[in-house]
Design a protein around this ligand. Structure first.
Ligand SMILES: Cc1cc2nc3c(=O)[nH]c(=O)nc-3n(C[C@H](O)[C@H](O)[C@H](O)COP(=O)(O)OP(=O)(O)OC[C@H]3O[C@@H](n4cnc5c(N)ncnc54)[C@H](O)[C@@H]3O)c2cc1C
Length: 394
């Protein structure tokens, strides 16, 4: 079985490793000159415990399984993994019912160690944080996802597979006995093609003539980092009670594995699929996004939230205020801009932001169509899920 995989992010590499270990001849095709160039290299680095997700969904199941698999994988390969622990904080009494729902959901999802804390209890975990109550998840962890991706790539090559960089997939043709792919200067034929292309998902789907009822809309997540001694104000991870209407978790404070503390990410519409700043815009991408009825419906419904997020992006004041809600000692000078990432978020034709992971099978081609957070956490479990559930042999 020759398997081609599009994308050398954490997901493509986890799938490649799974297939190579099962004896397939695997080739990963990546358009960039390095692995983890997009979402995998631009995220918060949090190994989610599985608190928020709809019980029974792929996210709920694969996040729990994936976190356990990742913990073991990091231990086996000497990769960083630190159970820094997370607090979800209600800062007003109005947020208490939302917080209670989170605790219930976490228990339903079998997340271990969940505790409900009052205002005093939360300060025992995070002495400089304030709030009326919190949910504590002691096993939520932090890691270095690009380092994990590099180790997965090494596993692929050690198992006899190939990771080919600077190989943009530009043409795909499915025939009765294979899938022909043009990638950079190469022409290759596979028995199966698996796309884990993140922000490039629709491009690959179009090449494979696999239209569908979902399209990727890019949402940029921008960060600040805490400068100097302000880093000492946060021990682990401090999150708000999320707005249940959105799959994003709200601006939070996250200790990173290298000791930095991130504040963010927000969620602003990106002006290009790989639009890492307001200056990075693509008319072609914008036209394609605007042509999708789902994107127009979403914009019509959520424009107020969108405007608020854009204001927060342009005015540092709003970002500082969001952080000070949880750690009031923070001053504007403590926050320094720190780049960001772009989420590949699938939006349905009716304007819904798809919550769950979506995997679509078209003959010999498997397309991962929605793999936003916590897909880095879940990557090893998603790879196993694809190997177990997708028909890979005739
Ligand atoms: C701001 C932000 C914060 C996040 N925080 C977390 C977190 O804390 N924890 C967590 O679990 N998840 C988090 N996520 C989500 C997580 O980063 C992604 O779910 C995960 O990285 C998806 O991996 P991937 O391999 O599917 O995508 P990517 O890493 O984006 O990889 C896709 C690859 O496909 C390549 N590609 C695209 N088109 C082509 C083509 N035509 N030919 C060849 N190659 C192609 C791209 O160059 C890219 O390298 C966050 C995401 C963002 C943006």
């Amino acid at each position: 079985m020759r398997i081609g995989i599009v994308g050398a992010g954490i997901l493509g590499l986890a799938v490649a490793r799974q297939m190579a270990r099962a004896g397939a001849e695997v080739t990963v095709l990546e358009k960039e000159p390095r692995i983890a160039a997009h979402q995998t290299g631009h995220n918060s680095g949090v190994v989610h415990a599985g608190i928020y997700y709809q019980p029974g969904s792929l996210k709920a199941t694969l996040c729990r399984e994936g976190a356990a698999m990742l913990r073991e994988y990091c231990a086996e390969h000497g990769l960083p993994y630190d159970e820094a622990g997370k607090l979800v904080v209600a800062s007003t009494r109005a947020e208490l019912s939302g917080l209670r729902r989170i605790a219930e959901r976490a228990r339903e999802n079998g997340v271990p160690g969940i505790a409900e804390l009052d205002a005093i209890g939360l300060r025992e975990v995070e002495p400089r944080a304030v709030g009326v109550a919190a949910v504590h998840s002691p096993h939520t962890a932090i890691t270095d996802f690009p380092a994990v991706a590099r180790r997965l790539a090494a596993d692929v090559t050690e198992a006899g597979g190939f990771v080919r960089l600077s190989r943009p997939v530009r043409a795909i043709r499915q025939t009765t006995d294979g899938v022909a792919v043009a990638a950079g200067p190469e022409r290759l034929t596979f028995d199966r093609l698996i796309s884990c292309a993140g922000l490039g998902t629709d491009g690959v789907a179009d090449l494979a003539r696999a239209g569908g009822d979902v399209r990727i809309v890019p949402f940029r997540g921008e960060y600040y980092r805490l400068a100097g001694p302000a880093r000492g104000l946060v021990k682990g991870l401090i999150y708000p009670v999320p707005d249940p209407r959105y799959p994003f978790l709200g601006v939070h404070l996250t200790r990173r594995i290298d000791g930095e503390v991130l504040v963010g990410p927000n969620a602003v519409p990106a002006l290009a699929l790989e639009g890492y700043s307001w200056r990075s815009a693509s008319l072609r991408d914008l036209r394609r996004i605007a042509a999708w009825p789902g994107a127009r419906r979403m914009a019509a419904e959520h424009w107020r939230t969108g405007l608020r997020e854009v204001y927060g992006s342009l005015a540092k004041r709003a970002f500082v205020a969001a952080a000070r809600r949880y750690v009031p000692e923070l001053a504007p000078a403590d926050l320094v801009r720190a780049g960001g990432g772009v989420r590949a978020q699938a939006v349905a034709r009716d304007g819904r932001l798809l919550d769950d992971f979506v995997i679509d099978v078209r003959g010999r081609i498997v397309l991962v169509r929605n793999a936003p957070s916590p897909a880095a956490t879940s990557s090893l479990a998603i790879a196993r899920h694809i190997a177990l559930t997708v028909p890979l042999t005739f």
